[in-house]
Design a protein around this ligand. Structure first.
Ligand code: ASP
Length: 313
C-alpha cells in the first residue's frame, strides 16, 4: 500500500473511533456509538460498506448489515439493500421499530423509506475502484461483464489511474466489511456490522454479516463480536456466537476464546478472516488469521490504537 493510502485508512479508522468515543464519553449507549461510527465508515469509499461497497456480478451493490443489543438480545438485520444510505441505521430500525429480526431486498428498503431513513439512487454507492475490481474478477472467471450502472459517472478516459487513493485493487485488501463493538457506562455491550459482501457474488448471495451468531452477536452474559472474512465459513462455524459460547460456558478469557475459533478452527479450515470483540468487564480484543486487519480501539481515558498489519502491537 502507498503511504498516502495507508494514511487515509488510518484517518478513516480514527474518525470512526473518535465518533464512537464521543458518544460513549457523553454517557451515550453502545448502540448509539456503534451506529455513529458505522455511518461514517459506510460513507467512506475506502471501506466495503455503503458507498465503496463491492459489486455483485450483476453490477449492483447489495448491502448487508446487522446490529445486536447485548443487554436485551434484541437484534436487527438486513440483506440485499440497494437504496438505503445507511444500512446500519436500517438494521437498528428493524430491531427497534419492527416486530422482526431480518428483512431483505426491496421490502427492507421499503421499510427504511417508511421510517424515513435516507434513500439514495443505487448509483450513490458506485466507486470506480470497486467497479474495476468487479470487471477484473468477472473477466478472470470468464463471466460476462454487465453494463456500467445507470447513473454511474462516465468511465475514465484511461484505465490507468492505478495510483489513485481510492484504487483498492492492488493492495491485497480483500475484506473491507466494517464492524464495531462497544461497552457503555451502563455496562451494556453491543455489536454492529455493515458490508457489501464479496466481489462478484451471485444469485443474491448473503454473507455472514447480517446473520446473527455468524458475523454479528452480542450478549451481556458473554461478549459482543463483529467479524470480517469469507462469510460462508463464518456462517458454518457460527463464529460470533461460538466465541461467546466459549466465554459463557467454558469460562474462557475473551482472547483465548477468539483465538480458538479464529486461529484454530477457522485457520484449520482455511476460512480467512478476523473479529473484534468486547466483554462487559472491558476485555477488548481482536483476532485474525490474515496478514492484516484494519482495526482500532480505545478505552476511556486511554490512547487510540490504530493498526493494519499483523506485526503491529
Ligand atoms: N464477511 C463478508 C461477507 O462474506 C465479507 C467481508 O468481510 O468483507 O459478506
Amino acid at each position: 500500500m502507498t503511504p498516502e493510502r495507508e494514511a487515509a485508512y488510518r484517518a478513516g479508522l480514527n474518525e470512526a473511533l473518535q465518533a464512537a468515543a464521543t458518544v460513549l464519553n457523553k454517557g451515550g449507549s453502545s448502540l448509539d456509538a456503534i451506529e455513529a461510527a458505522i455511518q461514517l465508515l459506510e460513507d467512506n469509499p475506502l471501506f466495503n460498506a455503503g458507498r465503496g461497497a463491492v459489486f455483485a456480478a450483476d453490477g449492483t451493490n447489495q448491502l448487508d448489515s446487522a446490529i445486536m443489543d447485548g443487554a436485551t438480545l434484541r437484534a436487527g438485520a438486513v440483506a440485499d439493500v440497494t437504496r438505503t444510505r445507511h444500512p446500519i441505521s436500517l438494521a437498528r430500525a428493524v430491531m427497534e421499530r419492527s416486530p422482526h429480526v431480518m428483512l431483505i431486498g426491496p421490502g427492507a428498503d421499503a421499510f427504511a423509506a417508511s421510517v424515513h431513513l435516507e434513500q439514495v439512487p443505487p448509483s450513490f454507492f458506485f466507486t470506480e475502484a470497486r467497479w474495476r475490481d468487479l470487471v477484473h474478477d468477472l473477466e478472470g472467471q470468464g463471466l460476462p461483464v454487465p453494463p456500467r450502472p445507470a447513473g454511474a459517472p462516465a468511465a475514465p478516459a484511461t484505465d490507468k489511474p492505478r495510483s489513485s487513493l481510492f484504487d483498492l485493487s492492488d493492495d491485497g485488501h480483500r475484506y473491507g466489511t466494517v464492524g464495531v463493538v462497544a461497552l457503555d457506562r451502563r455496562g451494556n455491550i453491543a455489536a454492529g456490522t455493515s458490508t457489501g459482501g464479496l466481489t462478484a457474488k451471485r444469485w443474491n448471495r448473503v454473507g455472514d454479516s447480517p446473520v446473527i451468531g455468524a458475523g454479528t452477536y452480542a450478549s451481556n452474559e458473554s461478549c459482543a463480536v463483529s467479524g470480517t472474512g469469507v462469510g460462508e465459513y463464518f456462517i458454518r462455524y457460527t463464529v460470533a456466537r461460538s466465541i461467546c459460547a466459549l466465554v459463557q460456558y467454558k469460562g474462557m478469557k475473551l482472547q483465548e476464546a477468539a483465538d480458538d475459533v479464529v486461529q484454530r478452527q477457522l485457520g484449520a479450515a482455511h476460512g480467512d478472516g478476523g473479529i473484534i470483540a468486547i466483554t462487559p468487564d472491558g476485555q477488548l480484543v481482536w483476532s485474525f488469521n490474515t496478514p492484516g486487519m484494519f482495526r482500532a480501539r480505545i478505552q476511556e481515558g486511554g490512547r487510540a490504537e490504530i493498526a493494519i498489519y499483523k506485526d503491529e502491537p
